[in-house]
Design a protein around this ligand. Structure first.
Ligand code: COA
Length: 262
């Protein structure tokens, strides 16, 4: 599918998805949002995709919401404005719930919705000179549609400081608060991302998808409330063809032959 603001490339079961509007630092416009939504809808039902690497073309990963588009909202009717906000919220939800592993490759800057995109990634690797920030209040707006995903990553204490000041912070701080999982020199970014890709590809595809779903199902619920759900999940999983292959391969000291099982 031809995109205006995205570039995609498939290598085996890995999809490389690049925000491709470097002249405005990959700011997220209505076009970008609708393209990311269409892309996520397709990948959500394509079980041949096991990992996605999300990156940005040019100097930075993503400068967040397209402020030219946001300022034009003053001319929108309240219904049009709300409709577009809901489309943005839906895009973040679709990215957050992809059954495959979403790996963020962050360089330069991830600001506003850029840090929101990092928040919906399962694994985030950042260059050591990358800058993060929930900068919305500096612009008189606020981090609304990205808030649930950011909060789940960084917790309420960091969110209170960072959402309320809009301050920009370094990759190392992003790692300390859980937004980023590893920080490397810019020159090592691709190699480190490929290491995570390899970790994903050596694991059971359905096991990963179910573990990701389970995380969402049990998040914020007390252990006793989810006890039966967890028992049912592992009972079904350990008797599945994929699990039997994975465990037999270990016992037979050979690599597992993972197949994408629907
Ligand atoms: N929306 C629309 N346009 C944006 C943009 C955004 N979020 N971020 C950058 N741009 C545009 C700039 O207006 C500029 O346009 P111009 O060439 O017509 O002047 C162009 O992209 C390059 O931006 P510039 O600031 O010169 O690039 P830089 O490489 O020096 O800095 C950033 C990059 C991302 C650090 C900086 O652009 C920035 O801080 N952007 C705003 C980030 C932000 O707070 N986003 C939150 C939105 S809710």
């Amino acid at each position: 599918m031809p995109y205006r603001h995205l570039r995609t490339h498939r290598s085996g079961s890995v999809e490389y998805l690049e925000l491709n509007r470097p002249e405005v630092r990959n700011a997220l416009s209505d076009v970008t949002i609708s393209e990311l939504t269409a892309w996520a809808e397709a990948v959500a039902v394509d079980r041949t995709v096991r990992a996605v690497v999300l990156s940005g073309a040019g100097k930075v990963f993503c400068a967040g919401a397209d402020l030219t588009w946001f300022t034009a909202m003053a001319r929108y009717t309240p219904d049009e404005n709300l409709r577009d906000a809901r489309l943005g919220a839906r895009m973040f939800d679709l990215l957050d719930t992809l059954p495959c592993v979403l790996i963020g490759r962050i360089h330069g800057a991830a600001l506003g919705g850029g840090s929101g995109l990092a928040s919906v990634c399962d694994i985030v690797i950042a260059a050591d000179d990358a800058v993060f920030g929930f900068t919305e209040v500096k612009l008189g707006i606020m981090p609304a549609m990205i808030a649930p995903y950011a909060l789940a990553k960084i917790g309420r204490s960091a969110a209170r400081e960072l959402f309320l000041t809009g301050t920009r912070f370094a990759a190392q701080r992003a790692r300390e608060i859980g937004l980023v999982h590893d920080v490397v020199a810019a020159a090592d970014l691709d190699a480190r991302v490929e290491h995570s890709v390899a970790e994903v590809l050596s694991s059971g595809p359905d096991a990963i998808a179910e573990a990701k779903q389970l995380l969402r199902d049990i998040w914020h619920r007390p252990p006793r409330e989810v006890q039966d759900l967890m028992a049912q999940s592992i009972a079904a999983r350990r008797s599945s063809a994929e699990a039997q292959e994975g465990m037999r391969a270990f016992l037979e000291k050979r690599p597992p032959d993972w197949k994408t099982v629907l």
